[in-house]
Design a protein around this ligand. Structure first.
Ligand code: PGA
Length: 251
């Protein structure tokens, strides 16, 4: 049975002190809510204090990116080993903001995914179509291609540590949300690509999240869909009252 995973993506928000205060509050709110995994993907400098604050709870800490090299002359980058050494469990790879503003491609997303998996991190792999692609009716082709390219060379065993986040780019931070039917359909398309590449068991086991303006008001309906196994949440993960409502919807 696949796990429902509710993950926050804080982006470039929250200082280390704010992160600790948030987690201390969320920790008490989430006691007993164990039907979904709770992940917070936070800025690099927040990770160590966040891991400490979350200890003993069902909140898991992730990073928002990782470099693909083990070490070397890559000024400003962070390696997978640096992340695991400080207790990081998850990492977001291929977020559309990284693809859009930092020139990441399916090729580098694939390299980052491999490096993260090799180091023992769980990967939240993001993909999704832009507005023009949705309007042109090529969403299924786009997400299928991204899934294949981003997972190239990744084994069935490694895939067990991959979560896919389907995030239509037009829905991220815009207040526009895919309808539950659109989210379900496109997550289903991705699941079928997994079936084609890795077989039935892998397709049934993989967690596929929806992301893009998921919030306390729309989460329950999105999460009720067969192919939507959780959410990757930006804006609504920055306030404990909104985030806990989404976690409860998943429980
Ligand atoms: P949003 O962000 O919830 O603010 O739209 C989602 C994401 O970028 O993962």
């Amino acid at each position: 049975m696949r796990r429902t995973v509710i993950a926050g993506n804080w982006k470039m928000n929250m200082t280390p002190k704010a992160a600790v205060a948030f987690i201390n509050e969320l920790k008490t709110m989430t006691v007993g809510l164990d039907k979904c995994d709770i992940v917070l993907c936070v800025p690099f400098v927040d990770i160590a204090p966040a891991v400490e604050a979350a200890a003993g709870s069902n909140i898991h800490i992730g990073a928002e990116n990782v470099h693909f090299a083990k070490s070397g002359a890559y000024t400003g980058e962070i390696s997978a080993e640096m992340l695991t050494e400080i207790g990081t469990e998850y990492v977001v790879v291929g977020h559309s903001e990284r693809r859009q503003y930092f020139a990441e491609t399916d090729e580098t997303v694939n390299l980052r995914t491999k490096a993260a998996l090799a180091a023992g991190l769980k990967v939240i792999l993001c993909l999704g179509e832009v507005k023009e692609e949705r309007l042109s009716g090529i969403t299924n082709e786009v997400v299928s291609m991204q899934t294949k390219l981003d997972l190239a060379g990744i084994s069935a065993e490694e895939l067990k540590n991959v979560i896919i986040a389907y995030e239509p780019v037009w829905a991220i931070g815009t207040g526009l949300t895919a309808t539950p039917e659109q989210a379900d359909e496109t997550c289903g398309v991705i699941r079928n690509v997994i079936r084609e590449l890795y077989g039935d068991a892998a397709a049934e086991d993989i967690t596929i999240q929806y992301g893009g303006s998921m919030n306390d008001a729309n989460a329950a309906e999105l999460l009720s869909k067969e192919n939507v196994d959780g959410g990757l949440i930006g804006g609504a993960s920055l306030k404990t009252d909104k985030f806990i409502t989404i976690i409860k919807a998943a429980n």
